[in-house]
Design a protein around this ligand. Structure first.
Ligand code: 0PR
Length: 369
């Protein structure tokens, strides 16, 4: 630590310099986060010091968290759903599997059935919870093979996981088939809709993925991805009220005597930000955002194919992937590469039509050079 404090001017000159070292969103095509909506930023600033870890001190902020959960419950066809705001998909996925584990605590060597395409947060969860992760292959169209998933279930299986919007290819697993399998085997079924939960409901032809399907137990959805909130904000929802209570531990000196959350101190600011975006845009506004992202994805795929690059998948959501050599992508652009070495571009709200055209022009120039 510095012995003598710096002047504010000196300090902020330094901070501004550091901030300028961060990359420009105009060139970020690899991220599932985006520039927060202006109403999210405004709301975030109003709630900066609020701590949902001690909700009795911030009853107003706590009621916003409840409202956020109830907005998602309604959107996901279960107005009575309960849950809480997490730090994002990783925490939601860990907590969902923790809940499954606690509910089936009698099983000595528990396993969970997870698609090969699952986000790496499930590896963390299984590691922390000592769960055997059984990986289900994906089919040619990059979706989880439901038949293969059913074949892996045994008496030690405590949960089944499906992904509504895969990180790498933007695919929605056959959630309806998986939900049926879950009902047949009386299994806990967690849907990771961290990305897709704020896309699928706003598509012209939404695939069923939520509590409308009787077998779905819990859903993870991240406002800090397509919900354009400030970071960090995820949500974990349970169909049944009070279900999370089985994770409760005693917190004797807080304003609440028990809590089921993973984190202790929890920021209220991004929760206010997330709710602000939902209530400002409404279904119509979100639909416009999602329609724009889907159009841009289609345009990107068409443009790349005109340049001679084949799509790796035909995505359900706004993630485009291509068979393309790494050297073909000009250095200024931040793209990512899947485990199968496909070029991956996430058409987030900040990746607007102009940026797609700029990228395509650069790709063309690099091709002809
Ligand atoms: N589930 C799915 C389907 C995800 O795509 C992700 C993250 C998670 C869970 C975990 O969410 P948190 O990171 O909020 O805990 N998907 C992105 C990814 O790994 C996260 C991300 C975002 C990565 C922005 C990079 C980045 O710049 O690609």
């Amino acid at each position: 630590m510095l012995n003598k404090g710096q002047s504010e001017e000196e300090l902020f000159t330094f901070l501004s310099q550091k901030r300028r070292e961060d990359l420009d969103h105009d060139f970020i095509l690899s991220s599932m986060c985006t520039i927060p909506h202006s109403v999210a930023v405004r709301a975030h600033c109003m709630f900066m010091e609020t701590n949902l870890g001690d909700p009795g001190l911030f009853p107003g902020t706590f009621s916003l968290e409840q409202l956020l959960i109830s907005r998602f419950g309604t959107l996901f066809h279960c107005p009575d759903a309960e849950g809480y705001a997490t730090s994002g998909g990783t925490e939601s996925n860990i907590q969902a599997l923790r809940l499954a584990r606690v509910e089936k605590s009698g099983i000595e060597k528990p396993n969970v059935i997870v698609p090969e395409s699952a986000h790496f947060s499930f590896k963390k969860a299984c590691d922390m919870l000592s769960l055997d992760m059984r990986s289900v292959p994906i089919t040619k169209d990059f979706r989880m093979d439901a038949g293969a998933a059913a074949g892996l279930i045994d008496r030690n299986t405590i949960a089944l996981v499906g992904i509504a919007g895969t990180t790498e290819y933007g695919m929605v697993d056959p959630i309806a088939d998986l939900a049926k399998i879950a009902v047949q085997h009386d299994l806990f079924f967690h849907v990771d809709a961290a990305f897709g939960g704020m896309v699928i409901p706003f598509l012209d032809y939404p695939t069923p993925f939520d509590f409308a399907l009787p077998g779905v137990t819990t859903i993870a959805v991240d406002p800090h991805k397509m919900g354009m909130s400030t970071i960090p904000c995820g949500c974990l929802l349970t169909r049944e009220p009070d279900r999370l209570n089985s994770l409760n531990i005693d917190t004797p000196y807080l304003t609440v005597k028990q809590e089921y959350t993973l984190a202790g101190t929890r920021p209220g600011a991004p929760v206010a930000g997330a709710l602000a975006v939902l209530d400002y845009l409404g279904v119509e506004g979100m639909r416009a955002v999602v329609t724009g992202c889907m159009k841009n994805t289609e345009r990107l795929i068409a443009g790349m194919e005109t340049l001679g690059y084949t799509r790796a998948a035909t995505p359900d959501l706004n993630v485009a992937t291509f068979i393309c050599g790494k050297e073909a992508v000009p250095g200024a652009w931040r793209v990512s590469w899947t485990r199968k070495n496909h070029l991956r571009i996430v058409c987030m709200p900040h990746v607007h039509a102009g940026r797609i055209e700029a990228f395509l022009t650069d790709m063309q120039n690099s091709r002809t050079r």
